[in-house]
Design a protein around this ligand. Sequence first.
Ligand code: C2E
Ligand code: MG
Ligand code: MG
Ligand code: MG
Length: 275
Amino acid sequence: AAKQAGRNCWRFYEPILLQKTYEKLLLTNGLRRGLERGEFSLYYQPQFTVTGDEVIGFEALLRWVSPEHGLVPPDRFIPLAEQSGLILPIGQWVLQEACRFARRLADLGQENLCVAVNISPRQLLSEDFVTNVRDGIIMAGIKPNQLEIEITESVFIESMEDAVVKLRQLQAIGVTLSLDDFGTGYSSLTYLRNLPVGILKIDKSFIDKIITDEMQLQVVGSIIDLGHNLGLTIVAEGVENREQLSILTEAGCDRIQGYLFSKPLVEEAAVRLLS
Ligand code: C2E
Ligand code: MG
Ligand code: MG
Ligand code: MG
């Protein structure tokens, strides 16, 4: 009967949904204040060569510890930040903080290390994003190629043309561009040819299955080969064990990011790792 009544009619009164809406509202308000109160921080997860003995760079991962909600995972608050528009000021903070870290690395003589920042579609498509990136680089005094911008395929669904224009502008500045969570979206390796992206990050969901699922292994192998043919560097995300590592090494994967080598680290630990 509920189904016949149509989705919109009864769903709205579902108590659980109402509670969830309220929860979202509370979290969103918390996010707004969180920025003012300095409740955000960046963790840095190192990326390694397949041998595991050389750090190539870091991915900056946002953490929010709220006095009301405790540690809230990004998968939970990033969507709310995007919906509310708060992703713009929050993302701007992330960008500046990551550039500052990159500068610290350069000051330590590690200016060859790249710091990757996750950028949500709304951020990339915002009017002043490219200017903000340029300003961030200049203010921190880093080389543009010390900064890496990670985008996901979802941005192309929202606005292919605008996204490509933005990426070309970023490429002109000299930042490194990577396509994150590859394989989870509507990705097609054919359109990759037309994008100024230099790095492909294969999503953890694929890496999880390469040991048990021959089919997934084939898929990952194909992504690596085709990616290489397009001149891309391939990063495997979420590598947790030796078995996955040896399969990925065999398949020709270029870089490894995952708990096997290191979890995301607080800044001091990330710096210590290098010494
Ligand atoms: P992502 O960009 O794909 O980041 C990789 C996620 O996988 C991170 O989760 C990382 O901690 C986790 N991870 C890495 N290696 C392993 C592993 O071996 N095992 C397991 N189980 N997990 C691993 P995290 O930090 O919770 O971030 C989740 C997502 O939130 C990110 O996925 C990214 O999409 C988003 N995010 C994080 N920080 C930011 C940010 O500053 N801005 C935006 N827009 N999104 C962000
Ligand atoms: Mg990422
Ligand atoms: Mg990813
Ligand atoms: Mg992800």
